[in-house]
Design a protein around this ligand. Sequence first.
Ligand SMILES: Cc1cn([C@H]2C[C@H](O)[C@@H](COP(=O)(O)OP(=O)(O)O[C@H]3O[C@@H](C)C(=O)[C@@H](O)[C@H]3O)O2)c(=O)[nH]c1=O
Length: 181
Amino acid sequence: MSQFRETGLSGLWLIEPRIHGDERGFFYESFHQQQFDAAIGHHVEFVQDNHSRSSRGVLRGLHYQLPPQAQGKLVRCVAGEVFDVAVDLRRGSATFGRHFGIVLSAANHRQLWIPEGFAHGFVTLSEHAELLYKTTAYWSPQHERALRWDDPQLAIAWPLRDGLQLSAKDLAAPLLADAEY
Ligand SMILES: Cc1cn([C@H]2C[C@H](O)[C@@H](COP(=O)(O)OP(=O)(O)O[C@H]3O[C@@H](C)C(=O)[C@@H](O)[C@H]3O)O2)c(=O)[nH]c1=O
């Protein structure tokens, strides 16, 4: 059974699955609806699965969707290594504007449950990395928003800052002070 660990931001969970290794390799349950719902305290329905591949220095984020298309995301890295970040954008939250960052890798099998109301992003630390994530709402370009990865107000300690590669959209993203959320 997976361990669900608190992150200091309510509703945001770090999940450490139980890995069954043997001479053939490993096996683990990457998602178990009943255990997941019980651990986070309510039922969650996922509607979309995403897979992205990035090279070293690629930074994607920080991304979120506005209600009613806000997305919860269950994120894991299945090849390579990324530094993954979730930023609390929930109005009225005691931890609004604060973030949690952690290395997710194919080797550590960690997952991050990022509920609705958070922005999400990551930087690729290995030569290549592949991320899989489930979302609770479909992609909706009209509701999609981005936040500046290097907003001083967020003060995210990205472990890689030089030679980053970002999309044009992410380069043009607003600071939190100017963002709609
Ligand atoms: C997000 C998304 C993109 N696309 C398309 C649009 C575009 O042509 C191409 C690449 O899109 P993007 O540049 O937005 O991809 P990317 O920068 O990887 O966007 C993702 O970043 C991470 C951090 C997240 O948290 C995700 O929710 C998502 O926002 O894929 C879809 O078809 N479905 C989707 O759900």
